[in-house]
Design a protein around this ligand. Structure first.
Ligand code: NAD
Length: 475
């Protein structure tokens, strides 16, 4: 059973016997206990990765590609079991959990194809004196720190390209959702990933764990997905050893509805952008800008759709919004909603936490929200949709860009030219034009400004895990 630390292909207890108790957020009950690692265990995992690194980097790209392809197949073959695990420890509806596994597995299929296409270049120097040869060797051991909102996909989106490029990795999954991470590692080993190439060490002490892992000379890169606040801390620490970094951080996505938009399509897209995975996504629509001519109608239709959402255990039939991850999440969402209503926003539906057990919040739509309301500048990470009416296009775009975040944005309009011009002006790494979802292993996922550094997915994704070496050659 995968309840230990996974280091060098072996399962072991934490070196001081510490454990993590995992809870079901739908009931608050303890559901499992897994080993928790110490800083020494983090060091042991980096050392195991270091021992595996050279051999893995030396395998033929085709061989790595075939192991990645087998990994995709293994994850797909075990999708039901993995989805059940995700719903148990995260709480999201089973259909969302199944969707996450499909998405998570696809990174292995995509990168199995990319593994044989890591291209360099050769050119002649302008003076004609030598050749300029550029190649992309693997960066070396990568330390990965991941969030709880996608217990599988936020791991595979990093691991698949890192392995394709020839790197060994050490993963610190979050305390909230270690079960999926450990089972994925076990399945990757079954698919043929050699011992030590993927190591997983959950911990109760993230800071000291990270310091030990990154202080080790074998560690050459940090790949982090999580909040901007923690990302800043890890960037500072990575600076001590000038480590390569990739950062997928927080979001604050605007969702813009022009008055010529197909309102039903806009509401359907809004529900996808806001509510999938229980509204706990980094790309979640966080503020809805609706043009004055349609603001009331959009608010009403959105409120009707949100009012129809069935909230409950992710295992129950018909539920499309599960619990929030913990009590702190409920407290944070409640305080944003209460402040917004206190400042004059109207409640079109919902507005309150639901009594326990479990951590549930009513799907909520707030109307007439002030553009400067704190709910528009904070990541809500819950089922709340604040609607802000606008009439001046330029002022709306200024407001949409008036944030340090720049991950995702959405635009709904029947005029594709207007939609494209709006998209070009949005300071956002990703824009959905008449679409409420954009994640795709074949597309570069990532943010501008304080939403991140680097991209995951597409062809770019693999080069994040490579060095660039130039050889000046004469012959
Ligand atoms: P978080 O930043 O609190 O935690 C993320 C990870 O960092 C966890 O594994 C946590 O244990 C670890 N961590 C926390 N403090 C640490 C420290 N001092 N040293 C080392 N590790 C530390 O984020 P979260 O609550 O797990 O996830 C939600 C956040 O993640 C949201 O802001 C969301 O937008 C963001 N997110 C971004 C993306 C993206 O692709 N841009 C994807 C998913 C989630």
């Amino acid at each position: 059973m995968s309840d230990g630390l996974f280091i060098g292909g072996q399962w072991r207890a934490g070196s001081d016997g510490d454990t993590i108790v995992v809870h079901d957020p739908a009931t608050g009950e303890a559901i499992a206990t897994v080993a928790a690692g110490t800083p020494d265990d983090a060091t042991a995992a980096v050392e195991a990765a270091d021992r595996a690194q050279a051999g893995w980097a030396a395998t033929a790209p085709r061989e790595r590609g075939e192991i990645l392809r087998a990994s995709w197949q293994t994850l797909v073959d075990n999708a039901d079991e993995l989805a059940t695990l995700i719903t148990r420890e995260h709480g999201k509806p089973l259909a969302d959990a199944r969707g996450e596994i499909t998405y998570a597995a696809e990174f292995f299929r995509w990168n199995s194809e990319e593994a044989v296409r890591i291209h360099g270049s050769i050119g002649i120097s302008p003076a004609g004196t030598n050749q300029i040869i550029v190649r992309h060797p693997p960066v070396g051991v990568v330390v990965m720190v991941t969030p709880w909102n996608f217990p599988a996909a936020m791991i595979t989106r990093k691991v698949a390209p890192a392995l394709a490029a020839g790197n060994a990795v050490v993963i610190k999954p979050p305390r909230e959702t270690p079960l999926t991470a450990l089972r994925v590692a076990e399945l990757l080993a079954e698919a043929g990933v050699p011992d030590g190439v993927v190591n997983v060490v959950p911990t109760n002490h993230s800071g000291p764990w990270f310091d030990a892992a990154t202080a080790n000379r074998a560690c050459r890169m940090v790949s982090f997905t999580g909040s901007t606040e923690v990302g800043r801390v890890l960037l500072r620490r990575a600076a001590d050893r000038v480590l390569k970094v990739a950062m997928e951080l927080g979001g604050n996505a605007p969702f813009i509805v022009f008055d010529d938009a197909d309102l039903d399509a806009a509401v359907e897209g809004a529900m996808v952008a806001k509510m999938r995975h229980s509204a706990e996504t980094c790309t979640a629509a966080n503020r809805f800008y609706a043009e004055a001519g349609v603001a009331d109608a959009f608010t009403e239709k959105l409120a009707a759709a949100m009012g129809d959402v069935k909230v409950g255990s992710g295992f129950d039939a018909g539920v499309t919004c599960g619990p929030m991850i913990n009590a702190e999440a409920i407290a944070s969402i409640s305080s944003l909603v209460d402040a917004s209503v206190g400042a004059g926003a109207s409640v079109a539906t919902g507005g309150s936490a639901i009594d326990g057990p479990g951590h549930f919040f009513e799907p909520t739509v707030l109307g007439g929200v002030d553009p400067a309301d704190p709910i528009t500048t904070n990541e809500i990470f819950g089922p709340v949709a604040p609607v802000i009416p606008f009439s001046d296009h330029d002022a709306m775009i200024d407001a949409a860009n008036d944030t340090e975040m720049g991950l995702a944005a959405y635009v709904y309009t029947a005029d594709v030219g207007k939609g494209m011009r709006t998209a070009e002006r949005l300071e956002s790494g990703m824009v959905g034009l008449n679409r409420g979802a954009m994640s795709d292993p074949a597309a570069p996922f990532g943010g501008m400004k304080q939403s991140g550094l680097g991209r995951e997915g597409a062809s770019e994704g693999i080069y994040e895990f490579c060095e660039t070496q130039y050889i000046a050659a004469s012959w």
